[in-house]
Design a protein around this ligand. Structure first.
Ligand SMILES: [Fe+2]
Length: 205
């Protein structure tokens, strides 16, 4: 394999680098949830419109459970970004986030079931599951609802979504909920120990 072949086959990491830079600029301009979700959605839609940039190490499913790979965490932990990789048929429990979040579909498809609190304070279904396909973006947040259950829409292939959250999400204490709506605290952590090199090839990009 010569050097030219190697460069041509490399993931287009400049897309990820550009997204991270643009998102940091967005957060420097506002801390209002609605503005972040609206303008951040446009940035994420642009990123997931192409499937040529995610390094393979952060796209690997696990046969036992879905994987959450950290792609980037802002140095001030204002936002983090993960690839969420679903094996066939895998699903989350009902869970919350405690911060705003954006979810863009890169590969495959996801089913998202929202949950809301009724007048008695019980968690109930907020409507039928919505199907999200590549290029589409969903938003969650304390201001618009942040409790849901998510599943790979396929039982015969991997799906991948790209998430952005308003914190270092792997370190945030949040909750899953059982069928009676009882919370159980959890901290998700991340599946990976190393991060993509955003700056690789920048001299020639
Ligand atoms: Fe979620």
């Amino acid at each position: 394999m010569n050097a030219l072949t190697s460069v041509a086959a490399a993931p287009n990491i400049s897309r990820l680098r550009g997204f991270v830079s643009s998102f940091a600029e967005l957060l420097a301009s506002t801390d209002e949830e609605r503005a972040i979700l609206e303008r951040g959605s446009a940035l994420l839609r642009k990123l997931v419109a192409h499937d040529d940039w995610l390094p393979e190490a952060y796209a690997r499913p696990d046969p036992t459970r879905y994987q959450q790979y950290l792609l980037h965490c802002d140095s001030r932990e204002r936002f983090s970004m993960v690839s969420f990789v679903w094996g066939p048929g895998q699903a989350t429990p009902v869970h919350d986030h405690g911060v705003w979040g954006l979810v863009g579909i890169l590969r495959g498809a996801e089913l998202v079931q929202p949950f809301v609190r009724n007048a008695e304070g019980d968690l109930v279904s907020g409507g039928p599951p919505a199907l999200f396909r590549p290029g589409e973006v969903d938003a969650i947040g304390p201001g618009i609802g942040d409790v849901h259950r998510v599943a790979n829409a396929y039982d015969d292939r991997t799906s991948i979504s790209i998430h952005v959250y308003g914190a270092n999400i792997g370190a945030v204490e949040r909750a899953t909920y059982d069928t009676a709506g009882r919370p159980k605290r959890f901290v998700s952590g991340y599946a990976n120990r190393t991060l993509p090199n955003l700056w690789d090839g920048i001299a020639t990009a």
